[in-house]
Write a protein that binds this ligand. Structure first.
Ligand SMILES: Cc1cc2nc3c(=O)[nH]c(=O)nc-3n(C[C@H](O)[C@H](O)[C@H](O)COP(=O)(O)OP(=O)(O)OC[C@H]3O[C@@H](n4cnc5c(N)ncnc54)[C@H](O)[C@@H]3O)c2cc1C
Length: 272
């Protein structure tokens, strides 16, 4: 029997920071004083991943401590440094940390849209060549509520027909795995676009900020908006500083995120 499902997101990992070697580097480079900034940042709820971005940003200007670069007369703490990086659009430093997610109960419509995003991304998704269709769970857009019963009926019919074809082709008893795989792959063609599956994806922080904006946009499709609203909520709760510049609006019951600066000189209007 076919079930109607909605996508779910799991936040399963992120860049791990080796604080021991951060300490060693700071000692060797004469920047021990930056340890105090790290301690303050940790006490203020800033994660080690965010601290790493600030460390790398400050390395660019030798501004981890006073005295390393004569042009630097004042040192910003980690929080202000990160806010400054967002304001100036120094986005490349946010490419250093990545976050790992699993989306389940999501369709091939969603996964096809997701994998269009290239830099800073990695994907692993269910193989339709290996995995046999069992029950056809369908990712259901609530806009179809008035015809829900017909949709379920149609799915049950496809499921039934799929099983009949499997039997006719004697898929269960085939010994040759290559042929089994070819038939499994060929048969999936009758499954609907909206059939539920799973995808694991990794995004660096810069890409993630971009994705959250373009994929929660009111112009994006319902399902990808549902997924990236979940991603945004998870990220904002855990890393509020990283989304401090985000503007939120609710559109059709889902958060639409905009306004985060991605590039230096973005929207810059020359004064002359
Ligand atoms: C609302 C909406 C509707 C869409 N409709 C369609 C559609 O009808 N048909 C269709 O085919 N696609 C459609 N897309 C997909 C869209 O065209 C992009 O392929 C997808 O959103 C990936 O985003 P991106 O281009 O920002 O690239 P990403 O891969 O996310 O890259 C992020 C940024 O990096 C830069 N970048 C990445 N790769 C390159 C490169 N090779 N050269 C130069 N700069 C690069 C760009 O600045 C880019 O914005 C739609 C997307 C949205 C959000």
């Amino acid at each position: 029997m076919s079930n109607l499902v909605t996508p779910k997101v799991y936040f399963v990992g992120r860049t791990e920071v080796n604080l021991d070697d951060v300490t060693r580097y700071l000692r060797d480079s004469g920047n021990e004083v930056f340890q105090e900034s790290i301690k303050d940042a940790l006490d203020g709820g800033i994660s080690t991943a965010e601290i790493l971005c600030s460390l790398f940003a400050k390395m660019c200007y030798k501004s981890l401590s006073i005295g390393q670069n004569k042009n630097v007369t004042k040192i910003r703490d980690i929080k202000d440094n990160l806010i400054g990086c967002f304001k100036t659009g120094h986005g490349s430093i946010f490419e250093h940390i990545s976050f790992n997610f699993i989306a389940t109960d999501c369709s091939r419509i969603f996964t096809h849209e997701l994998v269009r995003h290239r830099p800073g991304m990695a994907y692993s998704q269910n193989s339709g060549r290996y995995i046999r269709v069992d029950e056809i769970d369908l990712v259901f857009d609530p806009i179809l509520e008035p015809v829900k019963d017909e949709v379920v009926e149609l799915m049950n019919h496809i499921e039934l027909k799929y099983k009949e074809l499997e039997k006719k082709l004697d898929l269960d008893n085939l010994k040759d795995f290559t042929i089994k795989k070819e038939l499994t792959s060929a048969l999936r063609r009758i499954a609907p676009n909206g059939q539920s599956n799973e995808i694991a994806f990794t995004a660096n922080l810069r890409s993630l900020r971009h994705l959250i904006m373009v994929r929660t946009s009111r112009h994006a499709e319902w399902e990808i908006r549902v997924v990236f609203e979940q991603v945004y909520k998870i990220m904002k709760e855990k890393y509020p500083l990283m989304f401090k510049d985000a503007k939120e609006e609710i559109f059709k019951g889902i958060i639409e995120v905009s306004g985060m600066k991605m590039q230096p000189y973005e929207n810059h209007i020359p004064s002359s």
